[in-house]
Design a protein around this ligand. Sequence first.
Ligand SMILES: NC(=O)CC[C@H](N)C(=O)O
Length: 364
Amino acid sequence: MGKRQLVLEDGTVFIGEGFGSEQEAIGEVVFNTGMTGYQEIITDPSYCGQIVMMTYPLAGNYGINRDDVETVTPFIHGFIVKEVAAYPSNFRSEETLNDYLKANQIPGISGVDTRKLTKIIRLQGTMKAAIADSAIPYEQIVRQLRKTKLPKDQVRKTSTLKPYVVPGRGNRIVVVDCGMKHGILRELTKRNCHITVVPYNYSAEDILRLKADGLLLTNGPGNPKDVPETIAMIQQVIGKLPIFGICLGHQLLALACGADTEKMAFGHRGSNHPVKDLLTNKTYITSQNHSYAVQQASLAKTDLQLTQVALNDGTVEGIQHKRHAAFSVQYHPESSPGPEDTNHLFDTFLTMTEQGAKEDEVYA
Ligand SMILES: NC(=O)CC[C@H](N)C(=O)O
């Protein structure tokens, strides 16, 4: 494949080498600071519709393996890296990053000055971008980018269409799939849970009929305000089932309880975001991927308590309900990729499911 260009909405052009699929792509360009984990990042459905740039200068060096996918069909629109390794070396490697992206119709571009691109995004915020053949006049692409609206249906695209069960002999958990990473199921199956995964728009009535012990709201793509049906469901279930929200699930729990969310300038994406737990005074290193955040001031008018904050910028990272068994975090306790510091939150949730929905002070 020949020269390709990455064109930003503001008219900036980067020329690089194409890899992966040859097709054109449009998406919101975001950066991830993880040094490893490109396979999990590419397959995380929360990136649906986005073009992901890695700030670490090399990707593909340990190939693609059969274990680390976070969803079977990846949803990202494009992948940007400084250098892509042509010959991976790892005992688990099954194929090259190039072959994987090609097979999944995802275009990649390498040879991009990713430090410059990161600075642009940090200063101006995330913006729309396109990966295209370098022969196309860039003005034409910029015009097209300005006309393109960010999609609002990503949760519908990434959620399961029908409920299904992952049997186990332990706690019965309903997982609301808003664009779930497999890592969440991995954590629950590791703890022997009996899991029923339901679509994002499954009704409260149908969920309660499953007689589960707890409800887990997953991560997922896009603006949390684009899924009012899930917010309405949470409002009917809270107080009846213990709830644990992760990332998009955290934002949805906040909205359901009357708090507000806002879009951040360039979000948090990486494997080393420090978060402070205000209840225990402990700091954790967390895996993150989000563009939106719960507005801290909006918590005052709700029954939600702030439990965790990001140490880099002070944004909300965790909340819990003052009266009901419900809590959530903005980061990824399932890691994949990233540190497993906060893995214990799954145990906290399971303890909560054993105590019921209305206990006070159930958060450990
Ligand atoms: N990983 C996630 O669940 C992301 C949540 C939401 N889509 C955001 O960007 O903030």
